[in-house]
Write a protein that binds this ligand. Structure first.
Ligand SMILES: Cc1cc2nc3c(=O)[nH]c(=O)nc-3n(C[C@H](O)[C@H](O)[C@H](O)COP(=O)(O)OP(=O)(O)OC[C@H]3O[C@@H](n4cnc5c(N)ncnc54)[C@H](O)[C@@H]3O)c2cc1C
Length: 430
């Protein structure tokens, strides 16, 4: 079992109640593999229905992306509603858009219903525009979401500067559906709530085998096994050889973050003064927010590894200097990274792989709200509801072609995107 990375979230989260490894042969109605937001939310929704569920987590709840992310509760998908209508047709596309727009509400409802202590902030999410091209993106986004009743406003340059606390951006979108959480506390809260309703959650229990015989699935771990009618795979960017095709249906890319020491009250009051989280319109986006102790977090993309060393933080330090010159000398208390699961079509995927075997993954860096909401959908499927009643299309599982080549391709694209982002900024300045 691997420990949580040494992150701000691990240092400040609500305590882990502790979950024993599976050390026996057992049975359940549903077995969930993976204890992040997706798997834990699936288990919670099943337990709320009174369905017997076992969760197998290789490490500890929230060990994967769910305990490492920016905690930004972002509505919608990378694709805006028009793209969903073109991809899936008017009816299914609109259903998916409505669902994607409702994911923060699903998350915050869970927080309230189960009194999960996770510093939940429901005051909205900012998407500041880094250049003219970014303004086009947010204008189109706002226009496409309004027919769905989304509470979104476009901010001019002055209002953006006020809410971000920086002159860096040319405008922004304020989406009042969004907000933020302490992600590891939220993951632990989901686990606690599910366990309180009877879900059996096992840490240090990697699923190493998966087979079906006579209509029953058997999931094996090093010290035990679970026999279940239905299995949900919720392993996302950490999917491994348990199901090789699932593993090859996403490309893991790495995202990393830094957190400063707590800022002085004077400086903190000038940065994100109303407490919003923000992710900008760069292709290699900068995402940033404060935590409840007024530490400033900054995240970005780029390195091809899970573990960072202190030298890697230079890129984010430079970004923070440009955004917030008022910070003066910047000292980081924490730096850490994790895997984001990308799909070829930039959409999250929901699969029935074989009879009784389901998976939901590929959140393309937007899985805080979407992964949590996906869990509620996976629970409905695992409870026996038909695929055509789901708000997301249930699609066949397909590996990405030439999967092995994707890591170097992503690396090359990263460099290209960085160049494009910089070129757009330069064009604005000239
Ligand atoms: C640095 C970073 C910043 C991000 N910031 C944001 C953000 O601000 N907003 C946002 O919306 N999204 C963000 N994301 C994405 C978001 O964190 C993910 O989309 C989301 O957490 C996915 O949840 P999950 O439960 O599907 O996967 P994970 O949380 O990755 O969970 C998968 C789990 O499966 C377990 N597992 C794997 N194989 C097995 C096995 N064989 N047996 C048992 N267990 C297994 C792993 O140990 C892991 O705990 C970020 C991601 C990263 C890495």
């Amino acid at each position: 079992m691997e420990r949580h990375p040494d992150s701000l979230w691990a240092a400040t989260a609500e305590p882990d109640p502790g979950h024993r490894p599976l050390d026996a042969e057992t049975s359940a109605e549903v077995c969930v593999v993976g204890g992040g937001f997706t798997g834990l939310s699936t288990a919670l929704a099943l337990a709320e229905r009174g369905i017997d569920v076992v969760v197998l987590e290789a490490n500890a709840p929230g060990w994967g992306a769910s305990g490492r992310n920016g905690g930004q509760v972002i509505p919608g998908l990378k694709q805006d509603p028009d793209a969903l209508l073109s991809a899936f047709g008017d009816e299914a596309g609109a259903r998916l858009a409505s669902f994607a727009g409702s994911t923060p509400r699903i998350l915050f409802d869970i927080v309230r219903r189960h009194a999960i202590a996770c510093d939940a902030f429901e005051g909205g999410w900012l998407q500041p525009a880094h250049a003219e091209a970014g303004l086009d993106t947010i204008r189109a986004r706002a226009a496409q979401w309004r027919p769905y009743g989304a509470d979104i406003v476009e901010l001019d340059r002055a209002e953006t500067a006020r809410l971000v606390g920086s002159e860096h951006y040319v405008g922004a979108l304020l989406d009042r559906r969004g907000g933020s959480i302490q992600p590891l506390s939220f993951a632990r809260g989901l686990a606690r709530a599910a366990a309180g309703l009877g879900a059996r959650i096992h840490a240090d229990s990697p699923a190493t085998g998966l087979a079906r015989r006579d209509g029953t699935w058997r999931v094996t771990t090093p010290r035990g096994s679970v026999a279940a009618r239905r299995v949900v795979l919720a392993t996302n960017g950490y999917s491994g050889p348990l199901h090789p095709t699932l593993m090859r249906s996403v490309v893991p890319v790495f995202s990393f973050q830094v957190a400063t020491e707590p800022l002085s009250d004077n400086v903190a009051a000038t940065i994100l003064p109303e407490g919003h989280p923000a992710s900008d319109t760069r292709r290699l986006l900068w995402y940033f927010r404060k935590d409840r102790h007024n530490r400033l977090l900054m995240g970005g993309r780029g390195f091809r590894k899970d573990a960072l060393d202190a030298g890697d933080t230079g890129v984010l330090q430079a970004a923070l200097r440009r955004l917030y010159p008022q910070l003066g000398e910047i000292r980081f208390s924490y730096h850490w990274g994790g895997r984001v699961a990308m799909t070829a079509d930039h959409l999250p995927h929901l699969h029935e792989i074989e009879e009784g075997l389901f998976a939901g993954l590929g959140f393309n860096g937007r899985g805080v709200a979407m992964g949590t909401a996906m869990g509620t959908v996976l629970a409905r499927l695992a409870a026996g509801e038909p695929a055509d009643a789901m708000p997301l299309p249930v699609t066949p599982l397909r590996p990405i072609r030439l999967h092995g080549l994707h890591s170097p391709v992503v690396h090359a694209l990263t460099a290209y995107y960085r160049w494009q982002d910089a070129r757009e900024r330069r064009a604005m300045a000239s």
